[in-house]
Ligand binder design. Structure first.
Ligand code: DAH
Length: 385
């Protein structure tokens, strides 16, 4: 057996001489790796007498342990050196002035959410939120859509696998479950809006699997359809920045409202453009109605004492209408050129505030829609999606 002390000294000085992590790793493999120098010496133990084994076994083990310890210590040193080098080279001088041109921008959907929130908070609404991974009860059953109700089929739901109790969670198909969560969380009155993400298994030019809605719920004593109508008209006037906006309520069906209606906004299709507030055409923008007494009962409210209205509106669609954005899928394509064109300056306050304070509106976006790429492929019958 070679001189173990000499061997150890040699290896230890070799470790100290390594100045890269890869060099150190190569040395580790060569000395204490499976086929390394020390490992081969250990194999020789097999050929030794019991006496020799007794002497060399502990010596070799000790040698290996000390070498590994030295390697680990040197590794820590080299890693710390490498980190320091990176910290030095990646240093950012935060006292430097910011670039003259703002590079980030606010996504049009965020801008719409801000504007919608601004309009409704001014009308006395507060903002509510709920989970995007929802329970069947809130998304369907409590909204008067029991199992096997045909309305469930219209929702193209993304379901999660069943849990042990046989319940399946789902991605909420609309913002309406937050109505239920709100009404179960405390006593009326309620006056809330719920902007948020919603999901349905559907994808083409006018549908994306994730889209955005805003829900509204008002519950109090003596609320009637007149309140609903005024509220929606007021919203459209402010959002589209038009004094004379034409609105039409068309009878419809939703399980959670009775009576139910769909709301169309007056518009004109002219030379490949949609002009809101003009002409004899109509575009659907939302579903609404008086909250179904059954829904009130489901959350423990007495329908003889309380009534209210609700509506649900597709945010992506009203953004497309307001700024003439022709293809829904562009909202989610993360194309920087598109974001630069349609995005809003990061420090812009929602355009309504800037208008009131005499500031400027978002750059080159009029209040009537003027899509640059021709008429948006709007499906007239998918207003809340
Ligand atoms: N939740 C409906 C949907 O996604 C939209 C809707 C219709 C919401 C009528 C409402 C309502 O609150 O009253 O299609």
């Amino acid at each position: 057996m070679e001189d173990l002390q000499k061997l150890e000294n040699g290896i230890i000085s070799g470790i100290a001489a390594q100045d890269t992590l890869t060099g150190l790793e190569d040395l580790r493999v060569a000395e204490v790796g499976k086929k390394g120098h020390v490992s081969l010496l250990m194999r020789e133990l097999g050929k030794m007498t019991a006496e020799e084994k007794k002497e060399f076994g502990p010596k070799l083990n000790g040698l290996k342990t000390r070498i590994m310890k030295e390697i680990a210590a040197r590794k820590d040193e080299l890693e710390a050196q490498e980190l320091n080098r990176r910290l030095q080279s990646e240093r950012i001088d935060i006292t430097l002035p910011s670039p003259s041109e703002n590079s980030g921008s606010i996504h049009p959907i965020t801008q719409v959410m801000d504007e919608v929130a601004e309009i409704f908070t001014e009308l006395g609404f507060s903002i509510a939120e709920g989970p995007e991974i929802e329970e069947d009860f809130y998304n369907f059953t409590a909204l008067n859509i029991p199992p096997h109700h045909p309305a469930r089929q219209m929702h193209d739901t993304f379901y999660f696998p069943e849990d042990e109790a046989g319940n399946r969670k789902l991605l909420r198909t609309h913002t309406s479950p937050v109505q239920i969560r709100t009404m179960m969380s405390g006593p009326p009155p309620y006056r809330i809006i719920v902007p948020g993400r919603t999901y349905r298994c559907d994808s083409d030019a006018t549908h994306t699997p994730m889209f955005h809605q805003v829900e509204a719920l008002v519950i109090d004593k003596d609320i009637h359809m007149g309140h609903l109508k005024w509220c929606i008209e007021e919203f459209c006037r402010k959002f589209f920045d038009l004094n004379d906006v034409k609105i039409r309520f068309r009878p419809s069906y939703f399980p959670f409202t009775e009576p139910s209606a769909e709301v169309d906004i007056g518009c004109a299709f002219k030379d490949g453009e949609i002009l809101i507030g003009e002409g004899d055409d109509w575009l659907e923008i939302m579903g609404c109605g008086m909250v179904n007494p059954r829904v009130l009962e489901n959350v423990g409210l007495d329908p003889d004492e309380y009534q209210g209205f609700a509506f649900g509106m597709g945010l992506d669609r009203i953004a497309m209408l307001k700024w003439g954005i022709p293809d829904l899928r562009d909202f989610f394509a993360a194309d920087l050129r598109w974001l630069k064109h349609y995005g809003f300056a990061a420090l812009d306050i929602p355009s309504l505030s800037t208008q009131k304070s005499g500031g400027r509106s978002p750059r080159d976006r009029g209040s009537s829609s003027s899509p640059k790429g021709g008429r948006p492929p709007i499906n007239k019958n998918s207003g809340s999606k």
